[in-house]
Write a protein of this length. Structure first.
Length: 332
């Protein structure tokens, strides 16, 4: 009989793929808005007599206003998506556990959905910061081009180049949308699991194990906590709100169900244990030296292979990744 935690972990990981696909759609919408913004600014520049200080100032003001308006739209759309996605995630958790366990074990609590936080800042604040950054960079780019004596076509090319402010804006928006969606889903998931602590024993962090997995996520893989986020078993890393731990993080929370006897059920797969999936250490040990260097970085990988550090040593007590210099001071 398959351990309930193994079965649920597989289902929750599969759902994680759908979350990424959903975020892809939201990201495409955001990037479409930003492309329209870029086209608006280009049209402004093309229609402006840049040799006129008055017209130049008017153009800059109009560009700034449109940038602010666009990012206000992005923030509003993000807030709407947060509310909807949280409710969808709650339904997923309840439906999946009940169907897999063959019993109505968990219920959907009343969720209080707040703005998700990433890196200690709420998502609306990140959108505001991106607006300010894009505005400043667009103005600086135009000024640099004019100082260099460029014509309108050259200015437009500068604004749309691979290293331009609008290219950066597209990349930043994509990162924020994906991280915001993941944070929203995990917050809703954790709230549902905590509300059902009578049948949910704890939480396990599961990382996506591939060449794109960072040292911090490898260190957290397999960590276990009670529903309040207190470390259990051999886990020492702080929960810190759970996954995601950083922008682009693909770690997820999966439930550890209580033993079937604790919830009045006849014998089934609920054994009160975390999943028994492939550990991050075993996964990493199966990689070549070159692959380990790519994943951990050359210095960290050398310390790891020498047995001087474990994956947990790569992360501080605050849950943040430790610098290579500090690791060398400690272990060499």
């Amino acid at each position: 009989m398959t351990n309930a935690s193994d079965a649920l972990a597989a289902l929750f990981v599969d759902h994680g793929v759908r979350l990424v696909q959903t975020a892809d759609g939201l990201s495409d919408d955001a990037k479409d808005r930003l492309r329209r913004l870029a086209a608006f600014v280009v049209a402004l520049i093309t229609a402006t007599n840049l040799t006129s200080k008055a017209e130049y100032a008017k153009m800059i003001a109009a560009a700034r206003a449109e940038i602010d308006a666009t990012y206000a739209e992005l923030a509003a759309a993000s807030k709407d998506a947060t509310q909807e996605l949280a409710q969808i995630e709650a339904k997923f958790v309840v439906t999946t556990i009940n169907e897999e366990m063959g019993s109505q074990l968990v219920r959907t609590p009343r969720l209080t959905v707040t703005d998700p936080e990433i890196g200690g800042h709420a998502v609306p604040d990140w959108w505001a910061a991106q607006a300010a950054d894009t505005s400043a960079k667009v103005v600086a780019t135009v000024r640099a081009g004019m100082t260099a004596g460029e014509d309108v076509e050259q200015l437009v090319a500068r604004l749309l180049a691979p290293t331009s402010p609008f290219t950066a804006a597209l990349n930043n928006a994509e990162s924020l949308v994906h991280s915001g969606a993941q944070r929203t889903a995990m917050d809703a998931r954790n709230a549902v699991l905590k509300a059902n602590s009578a049948v949910v024993f704890g939480l396990e962090i599961v990382a996506t194990l591939d060449s794109g997995t960072c040292a911090q996520c490898l260190a957290y893989d397999g960590s276990t906590y009670d529903v309040d986020g207190t470390p259990m078993g051999a886990t020492t890393l702080p929960f810190n709100g759970g996954a995601p731990f950083h922008f682009g993080c693909r770690c997820a929370t999966v439930p550890i169900m209580r033993h079937y006897s604790e919830v009045g059920l006849e014998e089934n797969s609920m054994d009160g244990k975390p999943s028994s999936g492939l550990s991050a250490e075993k996964w990493l040990d199966g990689k070549s030296k070159t692959e380990q260097d790519e994943i951990l970085g050359v210095g960290r990988a050398a310390l790891y292979r020498a047995g001087k550090i474990t994956l947990r040593d790569l992360v501080s007590r605050t849950g943040k990744q430790i610098s290579l210099g500090k690791l060398n001071d400690i272990y060499t």
